[in-house]
Write a new protein. Structure first.
Length: 94
C-alpha cells in the first residue's frame, strides 16, 4: 500500500541532520535554516482557472530544499514523511 499525495502535493522523506553546539544537540524543529529531503511521491499537479493541468516539476528521487516549518508530518507504513505543496519547495538539487 502506498501514500499517494493529491493534486499539487508532494511527499518528502526528510534527511536526518544532527547539529551540535558544543556538546548540545539542537532539535530539528528549532533550527532556523532550510531542510533537505528526497521526494518520495507526487500528486497529479494543479489546474489553472481555465482548466489547464500544470504537472509537477519535481519527480520521485529528486533532492529538494524546504523552508523551516512548512507542510504536515505524517507517519505511514513505519516511515515519517512530510507532505507539502510543490510551490513551497525552495530549490531542487541538480
Amino acid at each position: 500500500m502506498n501514500l499517494k499525495p493529491r493534486m499539487n502535493n508532494v511527499s518528502i522523506q526528510m534527511d536526518k541532520e544532527v547539529e551540535l553546539v558544543g556538546s548540545i544537540v539542537i532539535p530539528e524543529k528549532h533550527r532556523d535554516r532550510a531542510s533537505i529531503g528526497t521526494v518520495v511521491d507526487i500528486g497529479i499537479g494543479k489546474y489553472t482557472d481555465i482548466g489547464v493541468l500544470i504537472k509537477p516539476r519535481v519527480k520521485p528521487g529528486d533532492r529538494v530544499y524546504l523552508p523551516v516549518g512548512v507542510g504536515t508530518e505524517v507517519s505511514f507504513d513505519g516511515k515519517k514523511l512530510l507532505v507539502i505543496q510543490e510551490d513551497q519547495i525552495l530549490a531542487k538539487v541538480v
